[in-house]
Every structure is written in C-alpha cells, then in structure tokens.
Ligand binder design. Structure first.
Ligand SMILES: C[S@@+](CC[C@H](N)C(=O)[O-])C[C@H]1O[C@@H](n2cnc3c(N)ncnc32)[C@H](O)[C@@H]1O
Length: 360
C-alpha cells in the first residue's frame, strides 16, 4: 500500500469533522427554529435560564443546545455573566419571515434523512423511494422553504426578470403553474394581477387542498387549483404563460411534461422555468458552493422519487446543458437562460417554435 501523505490525511480529517459537525448543527438549527429559541435569543442577550423562560422551555436542554451554538460559532458567550448573545448578523439568517431565514432548510434536510433505510435498499437493488414516503412532511417543509422566497422574490425578482412578463400579466393573460405544490406562487400572482387568470396543478392532493384553502382565505376569484398528473396536461385551451418552479427535474417523465407544456402554449406563448443553476457536467460544478448539498438532496429526494416510478431520474443537478437540449427536443425554438434573484437558481425563458422556424 502506498505511503499516506500525513498532511493530506490531517486536512481531510478536519474536513470530515466539519461535515459531521454541520450535520449535528443542522438538527439543532431545526430544534432552534421549531421551539422558537432563535426568535427568543434574537430579542437580546440572556442567561440560559432567562432564555429558557423567554422561550418557555427546559433550561437544561437549552443550556446544552447553547453549548453547541457557542462552540459552533452561532452565539457569543460571556462567562462572567453567564450570558449568551445571538449577533444580529447571525439572527438575520435564522429568524423572521423573510427569504433570508435559512432555518426551514434544516427541516427539509432532516425529513429527507428519514428515508435513508429505504434509500440504502435502492443502492443495492435500484429503484427509488416514492413521493408518498416523503408526504405529508415534504409538503409542509417545501412550503416553509419556498413561501418566504415567493413573498420576497416572486413578483419583483423572478417575474420582473423576464422581459415583458409583468406588463403581460398586468394587461391580462391565461397563466398555468405546474407542480404548484401548496400554490403560494399562484395566489400571490393572482392577487397582484387581477386582470389575469391563473391555474395551478399538482399531483399531490394534500398540497392542492392547502393551495385552495389559501386561495379562499385570500379571496381570489381569478385563481383555481386542480389535482393533475401533468404528463396528462391537455393542449387546450392554450395558455399565454406557463410557469414551473423547481418541478421539472424530479418528474418521472420530464420529456413528456416539457412536450405537453410546449403543446399547451399559444404559438406566441412563454414558458418560464425556475430551476437550480448548475452545469450538467460534474467537473464544471467543482467551484460551486451549492453543489454538494444539491447532489445530496438529489440522492435523498429529487432523483429517487423519479426512479421510484421507473422514471428518468434527472436529479437536482441536471444542469443547463441537458435542460437546453430537452427544451429544444420538446419543440421550444427560443431558449434563454438568465440569472435569478437567488444565486442558486436560474430562469429558463422559452418560447414555442414559431411558424417561420424551418424544423417545425
Ligand atoms: C420540488 S416540489 C416544488 C413545488 C412548488 N413549485 C414549490 O415551489 O413549492 C415539486 C412538485 O411537483 C409535483 N409533481 C411531481 N410530479 C408531478 C406530476 N407528474 N404532475 C403534477 N405534479 C407533479 C410534486 O407533487 C411537488 O409538489
């Protein structure tokens, strides 16, 4: 056996320690989020007793949690006073209802971990873990992550980035959102653009129920939702705009869905697909700080839910090159990719082949 480079071993041991530490802290982020500890700590410096009182929790558990928070670099500690401080710059990323609050991501990662035994079986024998194994928890966690992103970025970020779209929606358009989940994007759009009519489809009945409840609560006559497997999307009546947020790469038959989207658009229609901004080539993702987490999410969710049904298993990191190829194969004659308001996403702006396009 070749002699080991001791320094390289040391460096990698440090890296492994960081990874295991991150995994433990991810779970404690989830606990801090769900118990209200982060919100309570953001109200000002406190001893463990005061913080436990503030949050209505057991002091011993809070103190041990704080030990991890201090040594993990989340909180500061003053030993003479026994006081813990949650710096405002850190609280900005773990509290509040805005898109900057990353704490809900911990819930998604944790719930993916629940299927590891089934996933291990797939490593041996192929196949996948179906969507049903992730629900209903997935529906809630996905909503918790994306709701705040839509609130902050949908109208002024994602939609505003697409040339002419805001004007089109203001004037009045027929719009479809596929894989709409709990429908918050549709409801926000319907509220902002009363002259347009919106439809949201998802295969998950629990998500569509939540979407419909929110629609009623918001009093939106110009939106509706339905349970539909979008591989069955009819071509009529045609839509002016079709949107998809993070819901193509986990499809069983993404090629069929893209073709259906193409066929359900008017010839001058617009397809807006928000997805993750990666290359289809691993070697081009090496410097992308989002890559390891998204490959992991792909293994634990996006790829496996598709493979479970004998599907394509594109995965979260299917990437721009493959996406462009598949959009072209679905018939889109014009495909543009632009940056999104969040650095981990990009926006594909595609239009159907028009009558002048020779290969139609
Ligand atoms: C990653 S989630 C994104 C949900 C939503 N766009 C959001 O941002 O919260 C993907 C969604 O696509 C839905 N989906 C997957 N395959 C589908 C299909 N064949 N027909 C309809 N919806 C589907 C799932 O149920 C899930 O809600």
């Amino acid at each position: 056996m070749a002699e080991l480079d001791g320094q390289a071993v040391e460096v990698f041991a440090r890296r492994l320690l960081d990874v295991f530490t991150g995994s433990g802290l991810t779970k404690l982020i989830g606990l801090g989020y769900r118990t209200g500890l982060f919100e309570a700590a953001a109200r000002g410096p406190a001893t463990s007793t005061a913080l436990a009182d503030r949050a209505g929790l057991d002091e011993r558990y809070v103190r041990e949690w704080l030990g991890a928070m201090v040594t993990g670099g989340f909180f500061k500690y003053e030993p003479t006073e026994g006081r813990y401080t949650f710096p405002a710059e850190h609280a900005a990323l773990l509290t509040g209802s805005g898109a900057r609050n990353a704490a809900p991501v911990s819930g998604l990662i944790e719930s993916f971990g629940a299927v590891l035994p089934e996933l291990e079986r797939c490593f041996h024998s192929g196949g996948g873990v179906p969507y049903s194994a992730f629900r209903p928890q997935f529906t809630n966690d996905m909503d918790d992550v994306w709701r705040r992103i839509y609130d902050e970025h949908l109208l002024t970020g994602f939609l505003a980035a697409v040339p002419g779209l805001t004007e089109q929606l203001t004037a009045g358009a027929r719009v479809l959102d596929l894989g709409c989940g709990t429908g918050h994007a549709v409801n926000l759009m319907a509220q902002a653009y009363p002259a347009s009519r919106f439809v949201g489809y998802d295969i998950a009945a629990d998500a569509i129920d939540a979407a419909e409840q929110e629609r009623v609560a918001m009093g939106l006559p110009n939106a509706r939702f339905g349970v539909l497997d979008v591989t069955q999307l009819p071509a009529t009546p045609p839509f002016d705009v079709i949107t998809v947020f993070d819901a193509i790469h986990d499809q069983v038959a993404p090629d069929v869905v893209l073709r259906r989207i193409h066929d359900a658009l008017r010839p001058d229609g617009l397809f807006v697909m928000v997805d993750f901004k990666f290359s289809s080539h691993l070697e081009r993702n090496l410097a992308n700080p989002f890559a390891p987490l998204h490959y992991a999410i792909s293994v634990m969710h996006c790829m496996t839910v598709s493979l479970a049904e004998g599907g394509a298993g594109l995965g979260t990191v299917w990437g721009e090159e493959l996406a462009r190829t598949m959009l072209a194969q679905a018939g889109f004659g014009s495909i543009e990719v632009i940056d999104a308001p969040r650095p981990q996403n990009c926006i594909y702006i595609s239009r159907p082949v028009n009558d002048e396009t020779p290969d139609k």
